[in-house]
Design a protein around this ligand. Sequence first.
Ligand code: MG
Length: 236
Amino acid sequence: MRKKPYWLITCIFLLVIAVQSSVFAQDKEPTVVSALPGQVPSDAVVLFDGTDLSKWTYTNGKPADWLVAKGEMTVKGGSIVTKDSFGDMQLHLEFCSPVPAEGEGQGRGNSGVYIHGNYEVQVLDSYENSTYPDGMCGAVYQQHVPLVNASRPPGIWQVYDIIFHVARFDENGNIIKRPTLTLLHNGVLIQDHVEIKGPTGGAAGNEEKPAGPIVLQDHRNPIRYRNIWVRPLSPR
Ligand code: MG
């Protein structure tokens, strides 16, 4: 009777274990981040904690002078921009449309969050206020209509959680993957990893960059903002 090659089976078994170990060894253990529901994660950069506008300027470079009171800031005197730039990011902010609601369509509670200063995620009072769908609250302005309308009434605080990935470039600087954006509005998924087609309005000279600031739009409506933070995300 022929003897079974136990030595060979053992070698193969050990080889499989070794390969698996080396594969697993390449995985980096995730960094510990503490975060209680509704609170700022421990690795976040706080952009507005309710006390001052030290992280912002007006888009013309002058000191930001939006009204800051009661832990909120209210649009006043022009759009504001972060002093710092960010690449891939998770951005959290809260906003509140004016009461009483005034105007209609694009004229009611209009503001906006410009990622990289380029791409507007529309802020609008879209509660019982219709407008063109790709310009309503939660739209990537004139590019992507939100999946649903998750708007709450004016005077009620609302939440945006945005996950944004910058464009990817080849060694010659050509775009091989366009930016993408995911948006949760009041915890509801309304933009699902959509591809950004280009700067809002097609503004020339605003081509995709590896990093850029965040702009909050003054559209002449007194929107209030609070609790703004961003988590820069490292490319994997
Ligand atoms: Mg707007």
